[in-house]
Design a protein around this ligand. Structure first.
Ligand code: HEC
Ligand code: HEC
Length: 426
């Protein structure tokens, strides 16, 4: 123990006279050293010596110039997104991960290690046997979820979450204008909308909410029509965090069926918390384009020439919106948000909304140049993370994309490289 009289003397006369440091080092040097050590431990040595990345080279930046109220919601949502839930907070009883950021690092996509799978029996979502999602972890004292044999499984890589506010703000008619369900123009590409029924907790004033059919926009098969549903379900299904929108725990047959819970009373979080998280992702701006070199320009021309842009539609414009940053803006997402038959190789044989087992939402390509920065240096592509290079992401394109894929592999080496350089500039 530090002697009490020594402490009193320090308070009265200060360090210098009380402790015999002065022979080694004087007080101002000592304070400076202390300051330096604290600074290094707070900022990290690296950031003192290396240049920070250029501004906007991330997925975490909100749109500029937001109102005070929106900024406040954004900050609360930011904290929600990083919050790691514990058993004491209501995590589980079965779950896949304990935070949003755990699956969407840096607000980007996930990695092969946080892919989860959905399962069903044909058109039956298999709720009574633990469907429609496999939660691969459980809290202490709760048995793991066992997946019944013979079900159809679909592995899902977490997609990035920036830019979803712009996606939400694109008018339904704009998206439908690219659909060509019966391939009337004969180009072999017949994108169609995924019409879905919104969960009944989604308020009708939300985009994608209300009775009747709604246009699906979110997730790998565009099977979700609103951000509020996407996120309320993420809390409940991915983390076992019940909320005012979905107050029951996940079905778990091995633990006696529905709602055999943790010890925290449901709902575990409020509607307001879910709403703040919705506002957070809604306001995450897409990153800026990388450098546009002559090679990149050539790649862009080829991208259009060989039909990639027929599905990966470069730009769609948002409609009028109460948030000026989302109103009448170009969303450069490189997707038509429609679902396409992508052939046998990519098929999961599992329906989702009105999408069948061969159909997928055109993956948006914005932010491609930064993917690996948030996944430990290795990028992962496609719905199940099977590809780690862009060429390997193009290779399994089949079905409606067969012709375009073949055209890519017929290009000269230099042209293929230019097209990849273009993708890496997005
Ligand atoms: C266990 C991993 C995991 C966790 C935890 C998780 N997500 Fe996701 N998220 C996914 C996957 C996988 C998808 C795609 C699902 C699909 O296609 O069926 C997705 C889709 C999304 C989308 C749609 C993106 C788009 O382009 O359509 C948003 C937005 C999103 N998540 C936000 C969140 C938020 C907010 C949280 C926390 C409340 C969260 N996620 C927690 C894995 C996760
Ligand atoms: C018929 C529509 C269609 C055409 C044509 C098409 N794609 Fe795709 N693309 C998709 C769909 C759908 C996915 C998502 C597939 C999946 O996740 O399994 C995708 C995924 C991708 C991905 C992976 C993105 C990611 O983040 O995982 C890349 C890269 C890509 N496409 C590039 C191209 C290029 C280059 C071309 C032209 C040679 C092309 N695509 C032509 C529909 C198409």
């Amino acid at each position: 123990m530090f002697p009490a009289d020594k402490l009193k003397s320090i308070i009265k006369y200060g360090f210098r006279r009380s402790l015999d440091y002065r022979r080694i080092i004087n007080l101002s040097q000592l304070l400076f050293l202390f300051f330096l050590i604290t600074l290094l431990s707070v900022v990290g040595c690296d950031s003192l010596f290396t240049k920070p990345p250029p501004e906007g080279d991330d997925f975490e930046t909100p749109f500029e110039g937001m109102t005070f109220d929106l900024n406040a919601m954004f900050s609360r949502g930011d904290e929600n997104f990083d919050r790691v839930f514990t058993v004491a907070d209501g995590l589980g009883p079965i779950f896949n991960n304990s935070s949003c950021a755990g699956c969407h690092p840096g607000d980007g996509r996930g990695t092969a290690s946080n892919v989860f799978f959905r399962f069903s029996n044909g058109n039956d979502l298999a709720i009574d046997i633990g469907g429609a999602q496999h939660q691969d972890k459980s809290i202490p004292g709760v048995p793991l979820e066992i997946v019944p044999a013979g079900v159809d499984r679909s592995r899902r890589l977490p997609p990035p979450v920036f830019g979803v506010g712009l996606i939400e703000a694109i008018p339904v008619e704009t998206i439908l204008s690219n659909a060509d369900e019966n391939d009337a123009n004969g180009d072999g590409i017949s994108g169609r909308p995924n019409w879905v029924t919104a969960a009944d907790f989604v308020p009708a004033i939300e985009v994608g909410g209300g009775p009747g059919r709604q246009l699906g926009r979110f997730s790998r098969k565009a099977q979700v029509s609103s951000l509020i549903q996407q996120i309320a379900e993420a809390y409940q299904q991915d983390m076992g965090i019940t909320n005012d929108f979905i107050p029951e725990e996940n079905p778990h047959p091995q633990a006696g069926g529905f709602a055999v819970g943790d010890l925290v009373p449901d709902p575990e979080i409020s509607a307001g918390t879910v709403q703040d998280t919705v506002v957070y992702v809604r306001l995450l701006s897409p990153p800026k384009r990388g450098e546009i070199t002559p090679e990149v320009q050539q790649g862009e021309t080829l991208f259009k020439q060989i039909g990639c842009a027929s599905c990966h539609v470069p730009t769609m414009r948002t409609g009028t919106h109460r948030i000026p940053q989302l109103s009448e803006k170009d969303a450069n997402l490189y997707s038509d948000l429609l679902i396409h038959d992508m052939g046998e190789e990519l098929a999961d044989n599992r329906p989702d909304g009105s999408a069948n087992g061969r159909e997928w939402r055109t993956a948006p390509l914005w932010g491609t140049r930064l993917v690996a920065d948030f996944t430990g240096g290795v990028p992962f592509y496609l719905h199940d993370a099977r590809a780690t290079t862009l060429i390997d992401a193009i290779r399994p394109h089949g079905g409606e994309a067969q012709q375009s894929k073949e055209a890519f592999f017929k290009l000269s080496e230099a042209d293929q490289q230019a097209l990849i350089a273009f993708l890496e500039s997005l």
